[in-house]
Design a protein around this ligand. Sequence first.
Ligand code: GN1
Ligand code: MG
Length: 364
Amino acid sequence: MTIKEICTSFNVEGKYVGCKEIPTGNINSTYDVTFTNEEKVNRYIVQRVNKKVFTEPEKVMENIVNVTEHVSGKIRGQGLSESKFVLHVLCAKLDGKPFVKDDEGEYWRCYDFIKNAVTFDSTDDLGIIERAGGAFGKFQMCLDGFDARTLNETIPNFHNTAARYNAFHEAIKVDPFNRVKKVSQEVEKCFSLEERATKLQRLLDNGDIPLRVTHNDTKCNNVSFDKNTGEALAVLDLDTVMAGAIAHDFGDAIRFIANTLIEDDPNVDEVALDLRKYEAFTKGYVSELKDVLTVSEKKTLNLGVFAMTVELAIRFLTDYILGDKYFKVKYPGHNIDRTRNQLALAEDILEKSAIMDAILQKYC
Ligand code: GN1
Ligand code: MG
């Protein structure tokens, strides 16, 4: 099916004008599609769900519908506009389901494009970073009280760093493409960080920190902003909304937004944690959540930054060893560059941990 046919299978309004691919995601394929209805322009975001990663797309969509409905209710309760602050899922014309399955068995979904929305893959604007923190914090607030057990676990053990390490060890043992010898230094480095990087998971397993509904992919380009006012709008990319620890979301956000370079930049000597960015995000995030966070959660937020950075390093390296099958790669050593970048960041995080703790303390 063509993109036009896919889109018109949903309850879209108007006549198809055209579409352009948005090339940022590492997993799904995303298109910005335009329709017109007389003078009115209607834009939609259409995505093909990656079935290799999300093996049960219907369960992913069920989670997204439940979460967006819950968040919508909360946003309405605050007197805010749902069309601005929450993703709106369109249903298929034929059966009312929140997805369309094409002739090749691929799953597609469609969202309203939020008016004037823009996203940033990276930014130096501390105001934007603080508002990104505020948006993720508010999203978390809206989900306080939502029973995490009612959500499908669409990717088992997604942020279970210990399980990620097990998969890493397994990949090294099998070494199907004889690639381990090319990354022996990186492998050693990952081994040396294992004990500390898996501590958060042990705390979660012991019940020392609560299990919550979390977003699990809190990169700054998963928040949209109003292009005219800079106001934070909706939290996007709800594929991985599942049970998790708040430290996963905080940590994943910081490792992405507060890196001096983007996560795959090969100039690893320049990779560092930018403390001004760290502080801006922390301020926005924690101010929204201060009254919800438990004492033990507050204590683990910075451990989450370290754990998520190392987790991404081992996920990229595992994927390299297994033949670059999971993350989209733009060139042969792409996953190695990503790994080196995250390892350099993890090292800098360790060096700055006392300063990070002091900053966090200020806002808790
Ligand atoms: C993937 O495709 P994207 O950018 O939404 C990945 C995240 C990683 C991220 C690294 C389902 O997210 O976990 O943090 O790449 N998503 C999945 O850029 O694995
Ligand atoms: Mg994602």
